[in-house]
Structures are given as C-alpha cells and as structure tokens.
Ligand binder design. Structure first.
Ligand code: C5P
Length: 220
C-alpha cells in the first residue's frame, strides 16, 4: 500500500507560551515537527507533506529532510490539512494525517493504522479509553447528566484514510468549516470510522506542562 503522511504543523505557539510556532519548539533538542515526521516514516509511510505557517517555510525546511514537501497552512487545522491534501500524490492509496503536537507517538501506532487500512477500513483512528467519570455540563457550570464512559474514547493521531475517500469528504465540506480532526470530516460524509488502540505516549503537547512531561518521557 502506498501511504502518504500529512503533518498539520501550521499552528501558533500561543498556548505553549512560545514566540516561535509550536511545531518548531524543541523537545530533547529536536523540533516537535521533526519528531512527527520521523514517526510517520519509521512506521511505514512513504512520503510526507507538512503544512507550515506561510511565513516560516525556511525555518521548517532547515529542520526537515529534503524529501519532505512543505505547503502553506491555513487559519485553522481544517484549512491546513485541506491545503496539504492538494499536494498528496494522486497515485497514493492511503493518507495518514498526524499532528506535529503529538511528538512522542510510537511508530507502532502508525503501523496499526496502516494495517487497518490494508484490511479494508476506509477511515481509522487510534483511541484510548476514558478512566474518569464523565459528565455533561451546562453553560451555568451545573451538571446536566452523566455520559457512560464505556462508550467514550479519546481520539489521537495519526488518523488513516483511503485517499479518495478523504479527498471527496474535504470536497464536500463547506469552505470555512472548522473541525478538530479528520475523522469528523469523513464522518460528516457518512463514512464509517474504525478504531485501533492508541498510546498514552501519543499525548498532545498543548501547554508548557505537557512539554515538561514529554521531556521527562524522553529521558526514561
Ligand atoms: O491547536 P491544536 O494543538 O489543536 O492543533 C493541532 C495541530 O494542528 C497542531 O499540530 C497544529 O500545528 C496544527 N494546526 C495547523 N494549522 C492551524 C492550526 C493548527 O496545522 N491553523
């Protein structure tokens, strides 16, 4: 199977308290985006397209392998992935979309996603169980009901798709739609989304505390 990876790396470093884009922030001396690209390649993806902030293209090129294709991202994650998808080779069978913000994702997760696609899934996401009690809360902060946690999962990346299915789902999506992941994009196109086991190490780096935890993780 010919699989191409997309890394969404066009976000800002605002919540991390960084003045450079989050994907360029170093973890154990290696920028987050480089970790994400290396994971995809180690897991079996043949090529990678990275969506970067338009003004930072040179800084990204300097830290990534030459064969990685860079495209200008958009003002939302959805817009960035849409732009990267246009640069994916149309001969590819599968596309895996990954967040630069999940640097320590083990390559095994990539392998599991690819295996599910090879087994016939048109869309597949890595997931983890929820261990806490989960509730719905109203605008006033009061609990409105309980959510059965056995039916709930935390969704990670990389998320894998049959390429033509993902392209068609993005084509149908309204131009300014903003969804938090790509499974939501194909779900709106009524595509069934399968799940495989995720990994706690694929946690998302959002705030400074997450980066500190990731630094500790690299050391053990
Ligand atoms: O902001 P958040 O952490 O949810 O972003 C998830 C991923 O999407 C990050 O890797 C970020 O770089 C990427 N992103 C993007 N384009 C944007 C906003 C976020 O590629 N406009």
């Amino acid at each position: 199977m010919h699989a191409v990876g997309i890394v969404a790396a066009a976000g800002s470093g605002l919540r991390l308290g960084s003045d450079v884009p989050k994907a360029l922030v170093p973890l154990a001396g290696r920028p987050l985006v480089r970790w994400a690209v290396d994971t995809l390649l180690a897991g079996g993806v043949a090529e990678v397209v990275v969506a970067v902030p338009a003004a930072e293209r040179d800084a990204f090129a300097a830290v990534l392998p030459d064969r990685v294709v860079l495209v200008a991202g958009g003002s939302s994650r959805t817009a960035s992935v849409r732009a990267a998808l246009k640069a994916v080779d149309s001969s590819a069978d599968a596309v895996l979309v990954h967040d630069a913000a999940r640097p320590l994702t083990p390559p095994d997760v990539v392998t599991r996603v690819l295996a599910a696609l090879a087994g016939g899934a048109r869309a597949v996401v890595p997931v983890l169980p929820v261990v806490d009690t989960t509730v719905a809360v109203g605008a006033d902060g009061m609990i409105t009901g309980a959510l059965p946690r056995e039916q709930i999962r935390r969704v990670q990346t990389p998320q894998g798709f049959h390429r033509a299915t993902l392209v068609e789902a993005y084509r149908r999506l309204p131009a300014h739609a903003e969804l938090t992941d790509d499974a939501a994009v194909v779900h709106t196109a009524k595509v069934r989304v399968a799940t495989v086991d995720g990994d706690e190490r694929a946690a998302k780096v959002t705030v400074a505390h997450d980066l500190a935890l990731a630094e500790l993780q690299v050391r053990v």
